[in-house]
Design a protein around this ligand. Structure first.
Ligand code: NAD
Ligand code: MLT
Length: 523
């Protein structure tokens, strides 16, 4: 792998990345320079400084992965990366404690005017009255966004004797109770809090979620803290409200534009500011750099990442368990895809028996990948589902206890404009996979390499001549399976062959007397 690190990254991470390939650290690239450079790389590692736009992604013909050493990926066009099949992964958790501690440092600094008093004193001013502050004990802290960082802030501020109100539409009442805090409405938070801290990602819903109408509900003594993403609190509105004394002040670490040149928040003495330092600790920087490096090393070995944002995250344990089903589903997808002759309309997957008890999402993606690979083009675990949607192919999944006498079963049916092709497969032992039915024909075919499939009449002297054709064309047969519905009805012959049968060979097989149709399949 060739890896480009385009923002400053902890040295430990750069060294670890070397296990995945050749690493170049080139920071401060202009968008034009990055667009040119990125063509030569398989992996890009960034922090928040590099903007990975659709234009850059579209120029990145070799790129397989964008690793964000941190949490927020608002500087990456994830949709454009997904369309191009590029994995976007981050390092959640590595900087949680640092960001939570920074938030608390900012909250306490804002409550006691520490930065203002510090700079005044250093300028020779001794003014104890001017920098009188407020206690946080028995005050109300409103937390908007109770994810990793929000929770750590809550836990710590409870020990300061604060009353905590929290809002997060994705957190259950039970989880909040476990933490000893109360879930509230946003309005309660705005009306009752003495301090409000936001810990959501920046999304269309959270952009400007605190603006004029919300500030109008707040106490004049409230202090607002944003160590999440610039723009969750409208910057101009907050600066104006502080200037007019409608709120007491606040603390800001992140900005809509960084560096925040000309930002009105910087003009207010009662708003303390830091230059996006939430994750800037020795520990957090090493954590996130190593976490991203480990994921890129895994990808370089052909393994799936665990913190990808645009594909299903698969833990090594899940992968070990579901790997054989993924292989089987991918091969079955390729098989139905190659058997389908007209426009694909719907892929139906039924999971039966023991596999139905498990999380099968990654198995479904494998099936889609196999199906779309049979049409051609560049498909991978990242873009398979979105490509299926783009092609207008409907996906229907279901689960059942029954596995037709096997311990597990996958039944895949491809509905095309003209026909319906269905294949049954199973995993037996720890890793062996078999196709056990093709349409109505019962078979028992290893899911390996090249197949020759021939539907033929149920009479003697057909199998021999077909095998003769393969022998004459120097194609070795590794396995053979014949399935029939009932005596006198057509049969299906499936041959596992060591070399792919050419068009010429297939023509000869089709002209064997009694062969109705035949085709070659590559699994
Ligand atoms: P997280 O994903 O663990 O938590 C985010 C929470 O926000 C989730 O629980 C989610 O349910 C909630 N949420 C989403 N939309 C919401 C909405 N409309 N209203 C209320 N809640 C909503 O993320 P995290 O690791 O806790 O990070 C939180 C934020 O902090 C992110 O924006 C991240 O980029 C930022 N961050 C900043 C720094 C820094 O240096 N200042 C460091 C780390 C993280
Ligand atoms: C993050 O989202 O992880 C932070 O903003 C920290 C960073 O950008 O380094």
């Amino acid at each position: 792998m060739r890896i480009l690190v385009s923002d400053s990254l902890a040295e430990e991470g750069v060294r670890r990345l070397e296990a995945a390939g050749e690493v170049d650290v080139i920071t401060n690239l202009s968008p034009e320079e990055l667009k040119e450079k990125i063509k030569d790389y398989d992996a890009l590692v960034i922090r928040s400084g590099t903007k990975v736009t659709a234009e850059i992604i579209n120029a990145a013909d070799r790129l397989k992965v964008i690793g964000r050493a941190g949490v927020g990926v608002d500087n990456v066009d994830v949709d454009a990366a997904t369309r191009k099949g590029i994995i976007v992964l981050n390092a959640p958790g590595g900087n949680t404690i640092s960001a939570a501690e920074h938030t608390i440092a900012m909250l306490l600094a804002a409550s006691r005017n520490i930065p203002q008093a510090n700079s005044a004193l250093k300028k020779g001013e001794w003014n104890r009255r001017k920098y009188n502050g407020v206690e946080v004990f028995h005050k109300t802290l409103g937390i908007v966004g109770l994810g990793r960082i929000g929770v750590e802030v809550a836990k710590r501020m409870l020990s300061f004797g604060m009353r905590i109100l929290a809002y997060d539409p994705f957190i259950t009442e039970a989880k909040a109770q476990e933490l000893g805090i109360r879930l509230s409405t946003l309005e309660e938070i705005y009306r009752e809090s003495d301090f409000i801290t936001v810990h959501t990602p920046l999304t269309p819903e959270t952009r400007n979620m605190i603006d004029e109408p919300q500030i109008a509900m707040m106490k004049p003594t409230v202090r607002l803290i944003n160590c999440a993403r610039g723009g969750i609190i409208n910057e101009a509105t907050m600066a104006k409200a502080v200037a007019e004394g409608r709120i007491a002040g606040g603390a800001i670490d992140v900005y809509t534009k960084e560096p925040p040149t000309g930002n009105p928040l910087l003009d207010q003495d009662r708003i303390i500011t830091t230059p996006h330092l939430g994750a800037s600790t020795a520990e957090a920087q090493i954590n996130v750099a190593l976490a991203v490096a480990d994921q890129i090393i895994a990808i370089s070995k052909g393994e799936l990442p665990t913190t990808a944002l645009n594909m299903i995250a698969v833990s090594p344990e899940t992968l070990a368990l579901m790997g054989p089903y993924m292989d089987l589903a991918e091969k079955m997808g390729r098989l139905v895809g190659q058997l389908g002759d007209s426009r694909f309309e719907m892929l139906e997957i039924v999971y039966g028996g023991s596999v139905a008890q498990r999380d099968t999402r990654i198995v479904t993606v494998s099936a889609i990948k196999g199906l779309l690979e049979s049409i051609g083009g560049s498909v991978n675990f990242v873009n398979a589902s979105s490509l299926l949607r783009e092609r207008g192919i409907k996906l229907v999944e279901s689960k059942t206890e029954s596995a037709n006498g096997y311990s597990n079963m996958i039944i895949m049916t491809l509905k095309t404009a003209k026909e319906s092709i269905s294949v049954h497969g199973t995993v037996y032992g720890s890793r062996d996979t078999r196709i056990v039915q093709i349409n109505q024909f019962k078979v028992y075919v290893p899911t390996e390499g090249n197949l020759v499939l021939a539907v033929h009449e149920d009479r003697p002297n057909i199998i021999g001549p077909v095998c003769m054709v393969l022998g004459e064309d120097r194609i070795n047969i590794g396995g053979m399976h014949v399935g029939r519905i009932e005596a006198g009805q057509p049969q299906l012959m499936v041959l596992n062959v060591d070399q792919p049968a050419s068009e010429e060979t297939m023509k000869k097989i089709c002209s064997v007397s009694g062969v109705v149709k035949a085709r070659t399949i590559q699994l």
